[in-house]
Design a protein around this ligand. Structure first.
Ligand SMILES: [Zn+2]
Ligand SMILES: [Zn+2]
Length: 344
């Protein structure tokens, strides 16, 4: 910025002062200082969009977040002492709705990238499923992820492993400031959602579906328990269907930010470090085909080969067969010469 801003000054002085060397001595210190200040202001404005990177986010530990995370991890460990097939079923059903339907199909492929369209009532329902993952409301999640795509593995990326593996996995949640102080910036990245009263409501009250489902699990667990064991039955189903399920879901999602920017293969030469990881894809229902996704972000389908299991896309495909999903975007590329979208 500085040379561009100083250049006109030098030229005008050159005209009045004659030679270039005379011009350089003719510029007053005040004018140089003013130009320097202007350059700093412009640089500051440019930097505002890069505030999500670790350099600007690193702060003290978010104690509320840290305590909630610690409690959920303690509950997850406790769950392991209360295994039953009923509790495992509660885990599987809630995991499917929160992580596959909620995070993969709704938060990520529908709301963030608009890879397909569904009726408004269905959009709200599957978004409510996403809130059950305890990954924040849709506006925060979508905006953060759009910033990740804009600056992937460069300055301003909220969670690149280039800033540290732990930072990219959970450090940015526990000690970053994004959740608390970047509301205005994040809102700019999700204007489609901040204009939508339903999504504003779901963002504000994102804890409601999780709480309601927890109470439901207590009721079902208690009802299915043998006589005299209602309390144990209810609480142990809560441990599996909420605490253990949330923790496994959080780490599965965080692995997309950490592991799939570190380990795996690359089909496409993208400008970031994204990779295709079969085991993260298994845990997340297809989100692990992350190099495919960074190369073709709008594609509702992330697994681009028959052997790349993509449960979340199968869900979207099913919705389209039922007439509930329209305009489903699917990446097309030349298998002999794979290139990211927009690259000729
Ligand atoms: Zn990524
Ligand atoms: Zn994405």
């Amino acid at each position: 910025m500085t040379p561009t801003l100083l250049a006109p000054e030098t030229t005008s002085e050159s005209r009045t002062g004659g030679t270039a060397s005379a011009a350089s001595t003719a510029i007053s210190p005040e004018r140089i200082e003013a130009a320097r200040r202007l350059a700093a202001e412009v640089a500051q404005k440019v930097k505002q969009d890069l505030r999500m990177g670790r350099e600007h986010q690193q702060g003290r530990i978010n104690w509320i977040t840290a305590v909630v995370m610690a409690l959920f991890h303690a509950g997850a460990v406790a769950a392991l002492f209360f295994f039953s097939w009923k509790n495992l079923a509660a885990f599987a059903v809630t995991y499917f709705f929160a992580i596959n339907v909620g995070i993969g199909m709704a938060y990520h492929r529908l709301l963030t990238h608009r890879g397909y369209r569904v009726p408004r009532w269905l959009e709200y329902f599957i978004t409510a499923c996403g809130t059950m993952a305890l990954e924040g409301g849709p506006i925060f999640w979508v905006a953060t992820h759009r910033v990740h795509h804009q600056n992937s593995d460069h300055e301003g990326d909220p969670h690149t492993p280039r800033d540290g593996t732990w930072w990219s996995h959970a450090g940015w949640i526990v000690s970053g400031r994004a959740l608390h102080s970047e509301t205005a910036l994040l809102g700019r990245y999700a204007p489609d959602l901040t204009r939508d009263k339903g999504h504003v409501w779901l963002s504000k009250y994102h804890w409601v579906p999780l709480t309601a489902s927890g109470l439901l699990q207590i009721a079902i667990g208690a009802a299915l328990a043998p006589a005299g064991h209602a309390v144990l039955g209810g609480l142990s189903m809560l441990l599996w269907g909420t605490f253990l399920r949330v923790v496994v879901g959080l780490h599965a999602t965080w692995l997309v930010n950490s592991a799939t920017h570190l380990f795996g293969s690359r089909r496409f030469e993208t400008k970031d470090d994204s990779r295709n990881s079969w085991w993260v894809a298994l845990l997340t229902g297809g989100e692990g085909w992350h190099n495919n996704h960074h190369a073709h972000p709008v594609s509702a389908r992330h697994g681009l080969a028959w052997y790349e299991l993509d449960v979340n896309y199968y869900g979207i495909w099913l919705l389209s067969k039922l007439g509930l999903a329209q305009k489903v975007q699917v990446a097309k590329y030349d298998k002999s010469n794979p290139k990211p979208a927009g690259v000729l």
